[in-house]
Design a protein around this ligand. Sequence first.
Ligand code: AKB
Length: 314
Amino acid sequence: MEKIMVIGAAGQIGSELVSELRKIYGNGNVWATDIKTPSADIAESGPFQVLDVMDDKQLIHFVIRHKITQIYHLAAVLSGNAEKLPLQAWRINMDSLMNILEVARMVEDVKKVFWPSSIAVFGPTTPRTNTPQLTVMEPITVYGISKLAGERWCDYYYNKYGVDVRSVRYPGLISYKTEAGGGTTDYAVEIYYEAIQKGRYESFLKAGTTLPMLFMPDAIKAAIDLMEADRSKLTIHSSYNLGGFSTKPEDIAGEIKKHIPNFNISYDPDFRQQIAESWPQSVDDTIARMDWGYECTYDLTKMTEIMLSEIRKK
Ligand code: AKB
């Protein structure tokens, strides 16, 4: 019987992941945890606990008491916000991961850990198109540095202690249930909300800024598929490249215009432009496809239809 714990359950990935995991494993077997209260459907459809992953004692007591077998650790400070408070972001991103890795090492019941990395591990010296799994990695953001260091620690705990940590390098994630917060790819979420609320959007990234993106249902499926994959088939113990589809602000605006003809986009790039320009435009995810059958099923057109109709309902 699996007992699963999701850390960061009130966040953009966590809120959707908890619902999917509860469908698969049963509501009572999936603990939602966060420092803040999640939406009512998460807090009321199964167990919820206020928990600070930075508090290692509270964390280990919780894991032992509830006989947790799988941990999804999603709490992190994203790229844009991390640049505003670099040392604080470094501490949160690194200490929280180290607490999880230590718990997984010490508590025998814990069999698997999921921790998301990001395309932010790459930098301006990385090949930007079809970025390979193994390549130059010189990230220029504190978020990217923390994700790259985290990947090395995951690989280290796997090799040294046999801790089964599984990870993907997410591209920008687009969703309508819970808004993202503080990332560089967040423009691709904001644009849909503002298209409906105001009929216009001022992008903080320039026209022509291409980045890989993934619609949340594909991102959630990837996390669960990777966690369910046969361990012997996995060849990457740092983090798997995940591609998604590549897009730029004017492409999304063009898709929105098909539904809202008067929609207008303008551009006022800020500090996140430099971050975006240091990240890949597309990513080679052949190894994820081969090892555990990853696929991206939503493209920009299909995703835009769903984003607009779901946000309208809100
Ligand atoms: C961000 O923009 O910081 C994140 C990411 C790509 O990891 N969405």
